[in-house]
Design a protein. Structure first.
Length: 358
């Protein structure tokens, strides 16, 4: 029997997902029912770090904190923060990871979290990474960089920062982050960073959901005006909060196909990347798919193993996280380079909007 799935659509009721959480000026993460973390039972410790085609791992992604002052409804780290916020990532642990991977040939590190600038030794961590010969990068909402004195201490040790910005103004951005003042703080952090180092590699990541997609071209235009050299437009990932609320937040494929081709014209001189989207829906801009510009990475983060929590290394050699190639992809000539649609989307909805190449 053939099971017909519905087409995804945007309906007024989707907005209840943000309205359920009041907008606060000073609150930490939205408390949720605690998430069950998967228990890994595979080999522990050292694992092969030369890729399946002989590639050498060059990039490290290190989770420095499991806390964040924002309350973003789509937060992909929501479950991990809930599960591991009582496990501090100590200086000793960070130093050991940095030294190990520097010896193995890693040449760049991206610090993430939670909010990485909240780590008590954030500046010293960046100094050590530089000393070990790594290029330093962070994914941040800008929390501590909004303080000028902190920016003056930290920015000299940073090569690039990917700031989260989810709307072109406070009304749109703070509706997504559920914290009043979030937008103003991020903008202050961006301005401080550029004042300390006018040539800084300022990057912006904007997460696009059903509830802010109408503002996406303006968000990208605003990020370009701020001086972003790279703008990443990220699809809502079905992970953490994004998994819990995927029906309300996940972008319909039809909307991706309508909106994304309008975005490059607003990006000015910035390089643009589309993350987590089927290549065939990007129109003439399909070469901007992040699937084509992605680097293998080792992610170091807390994970649960039978009876314990360990600071584990996860080696990822392709950008297919949470994505799946569906029936239409089987006849597509790009299926070796495009990772398809999110698995959760394919489980819930019809994917008839895909336009296989060839
Ligand atoms: S049909 Fe599938 S593999 Fe081909 S571009 Fe679209 S999503 Fe990617």
């Amino acid at each position: 029997m053939t099971v017909t799935k519905p087409r995804a659509e945007i309906v007024a009721d989707d907005a209840r997902v943000v309205e359920a959480f009041e907008l606060r000026s000073n609150a930490s993460h939205i408390p949720r029912a605690s998430a069950e973390m998967p228990i890994y039972d595979g080999p522990e410790g050292d694992r092969p770090w030369i890729g399946p085609h002989g590639e050498v791992m060059r990039r490290l992604e290190l989770h420095l904190t499991y806390t964040c002052p924002e309350r973003c409804v789509f937060c992909s780290e929501e479950h991990r923060m809930e599960a591991y916020h009582d496990f501090p990532v100590t200086w000793g642990r960070v130093a050991k990871v940095l030294r190990l991977h520097a010896e193995r040939g890693v040449r760049s590190v991206h610090f993430t979290g939670g909010e990485p600038t909240l780590h008590p030794q954030f500046v010293e961590v960046c100094m050590l990474a530089r000393k070990l010969g790594m290029r330093t990068s962070i994914g941040t909402i800008g929390t501590m960089l909004a303080k000028r004195s902190f920016a003056e201490r930290a920015v000299p040790w940073l090569d690039e920062a990917l700031f989260s910005l989810h709307g072109p103004n406070a009304a749109v951005n703070d509706r997504m982050t559920r914290r009043q003042g979030s937008f103003d703080q991020t903008i202050a952090a961006i301005r401080n960073t550029l004042e300390v180092n006018p040539g800084f590699d300022l990057f912006v990541n904007t997460v696009v959901t059903k509830l802010n997609v109408d503002h996406l071209p303006d968000t990208v235009g605003f990020a370009a005006e701020l001086g972003a050299k790279l703008i990443v437009v990220s699809n809502t990932t079905p992970e953490g909060g994004g998994f819990d609320k995927y029906r309300e937040l996940g972008l319909p494929l039809a909307r991706i196909a309508e909106v994304m081709p309008q975005v490059p014209a607003r990006a000015g001189n910035a390089i643009l990347r589309f993350f987590g989207m089927p290549m065939c829906l990007l129109g003439a801009h399909d070469v901007l798919s992040n699937d084509l510009h992605w680097d293998p990475r080792v992610t170091v983060e807390w994970a649960t193993r039978p009876g314990k929590v360990v600071f584990d290394s996860v080696y990822t050699w392709d950008p297919g996280r949470k994505r799946a190639r569906v029936a239409a992809c089987e006849r597509c000539t790009r299926n070796a380079v495009c990772e398809g649609v999110y698995d959760k989307y394919a489980e819930l909805y019809d994917t008839g909007e895909l336009r296989p190449y060839g």
